[in-house]
Design a protein around this ligand. Structure first.
Ligand SMILES: NC(=O)c1ccc[n+]([C@@H]2O[C@H](COP(=O)([O-])OP(=O)(O)OC[C@H]3O[C@@H](n4cnc5c(N)ncnc54)[C@H](OP(=O)(O)O)[C@@H]3O)[C@@H](O)[C@H]2O)c1
Length: 256
């Protein structure tokens, strides 16, 4: 199944490290702020963490297993342990956080880590925690095949994962947080900035690719770009499109 394969050898990102587990340090004066990244050990999230770190932010990576994360990554991040299903575990990691990025997904289709428990109820916990922490912006990495443009209640595939991801998106959209929803299709685990890409409304999406590195570039931009606020969109690599042309597209993107 997509999303549960163990990552055994992770050369990326260089910046990952055996950081502290406590999350009590404050941002240094030269930092652009602290970003809490849920899913920082994941296939897309690790590209996001690297890009955000290299841009001068402090990265606090959330994992359910700090020892495992440290054994897989080397670099200079802070790791904290939390499980979105349990709101109590989110309080400490959220302290002194400026921005939140969620790139999580359920690690099983049925059971305690199902889409309902992680992508929906977990997202509700996460949004509540981010609101309580008064973060400046929240970026959700969702998926091109979810979203309210299709009635996902009638799509039982993979234990209604698209339905529950759609509900998780609604929690973010309606939760009162400044937010951006990025909804990729197929995602090669490759660096960004090599090929041009476009942003597109999900109603216009058809099966296509966007590299994890390009998702990371847009995530970084969305943290502080007012034009990205309240927008939801898919992305597609398109050879021939000038690098950076996507920055002019936010205004045409819908809110869901
Ligand atoms: N990869 C793709 O091809 C693709 C395509 C389209 C859309 N997407 C979307 O992109 C997002 C990220 O996908 P991905 O493929 O990068 O994910 P992934 O590689 O399967 O990683 C999932 C991440 O979620 C974290 N996680 C799972 N359950 C958690 C919980 N209960 N509490 C806290 N963290 C939890 C895991 O952290 P630990 O295991 O360290 O705890 C892991 O870092 C998802 O929304 C997915 O639907 C992915």
């Amino acid at each position: 199944m997509q999303g549960v394969a163990a990552v055994l050898l992770l050369p990326l990102p260089q910046a990952f490290a055996a950081g502290t587990e406590s999350g009590t340090e404050s941002s240094p004066a030269n930092s652009k702020g602290r970003v809490l990244i849920l899913g920082a050990t994941g296939r897309i999230g690790r590209f996001i963490a690297e890009t955000i770190y290299e841009a001068g932010y402090q990265v606090r990576g959330v994992t359910r297993n700090v020892a495992r994360a440290k054994s897989r990554f080397s670099g200079d991040y802070e790791w904290v342990q939390a499980d979105v299903r349990d709101p109590r575990t989110l309080v400490g990691p959220m302290s002194d956080v400026d921005y939140v990025v969620s790139s999580i997904r359920s690690s099983e289709w049925v059971g305690a880590y199902s889409p309902e428990m992680v992508d929906y109820h977990g997202m509700r916990n996460l949004v509540e925690a981010a609101k309580a922490a008064q973060v400046k912006h929240f970026v959700l990495i969702s998926t091109a095949t979810s979203g309210p443009q299709v009635d996902q209640t009638k799509n039982p595939a993979k234990n209604y994962v698209r339905h529950f991801k759609t509900k998780g998106e609604a929690v973010v959209r309606e939760g009162g947080l400044s937010h951006t929803i990025i909804a990729p299709g197929r995602v090669p685990e490759e660096p960004g900035g090599k090929t041009g890409f476009i942003l597109l409304a999900r109603k216009d999406y058809y099966v296509s690719q966007i590299t994890a590195g390009d998702i990371a570039l847009v995530t970084l931009d969305a943290l502080t770009n007012p034009a990205a606020r309240g927008k939801a969109f898919a992305m597609r690599n398109e050879p021939g499109v000038p690098l950076g042309a996507w920055r002019d597209q936010y205004a045409d993107m819908p809110d869901k």
